[in-house]
Design a protein around this ligand. Structure first.
Ligand SMILES: [Zn+2]
Ligand SMILES: [Zn+2]
Length: 234
């Protein structure tokens, strides 16, 4: 009995001592845990955010491809109605204060200005008297402008390799030139003009070809790849 009582008496003291120690170590452990959790979250966020950004950009690229498809259909409807002629890129020489872009010259076929906007391009400027157009057409070699003869679709021997529409952006500080792209073979002394072609989709340019298919390409492939001359109809 004495032994039992003695044991019972010992318990509060032992528990009190133990409780004090546990509270301190629990607090210390919580702080360490918190730091570890914060570190893990920081590392995970660092790993996941680029992936999320890439996924978000991929969704925009898909929407852009949808725009390109609708513009391609509009261009081919125009061709069907105009004796196989591909619409002019501009209605006058460029630059000119009175010029209309290709995108403004066949509104009957385009229907919506929204399809001319690439969702991945941030534009901080407004273009007075013009419709925003984030897609460039070949200003060097295909139905450039009147009075040049319009290029007929049947003249393009390899429509699956010749570029019809390209993700582009403005480079000139004087005027909006985002609606056209220049053949790099003809503008080798002017690198700035080559920068109209814009690789805004995770390093890729959405390119639509004259057979209607869309295929993302690297900027360097468009400017200096082995198929460059065919792509530009040089
Ligand atoms: Zn795009
Ligand atoms: Zn050329």
């Amino acid at each position: 009995m004495r032994a039992t009582q003695s044991k019972l008496e010992d318990i509060p003291a032992a528990c009190a001592g133990q409780t004090g120690t546990t509270t301190q170590s629990a607090n210390a452990f919580t702080m360490i845990e918190l730091l570890v959790v914060i570190t893990i979250i920081t590392i995970l966020a660092g790993m996941l955010l680029p992936g999320l950004n890439m996924a978000r950009e991929k969704a925009k690229q898909t929407k852009c491809a949808g725009n390109c498809h609708q513009i391609d259909v509009a261009i081919h409807n125009y061709i069907d109605d105009h004796n196989d002629c591909i619409p002019y890129v501009a209605d006058a020489g460029f630059p000119s204060p009175v010029i209309n872009y290709w995108s403004e010259n066949f509104q009957d076929y385009i229907h919506s200005e929204e399809i001319l906007k690439c969702p991945s391009l941030e534009r901080s400027f407004a273009v007075a008297n013009h419709i925003r157009c984030d897609y460039g057409r070949n200003y060097s070699h295909i139905s450039t402008k009147p009075p040049m003869v319009m290029t007929k679709l049947r003249c393009i021997q390899q429509p699956e390799k010749v570029m019809e529409l390209v993700d582009s952006k403005r480079n000139s500080t004087a005027h909006d030139d985002s609606w056209l792209v220049y053949c790099p073979s003809c503008t080798t002394t002017n690198l700035t003009k080559q920068l109209n072609v814009h690789d805004r989709h995770n390093g890729f340019v959405n390119v639509t070809f004259f057979d209607g298919h869309m295929d993302p390409r690297r900027w360097v492939e468009i400017q200096s790849g082995p198929d460059r001359d065919v792509m530009w109809f040089h």
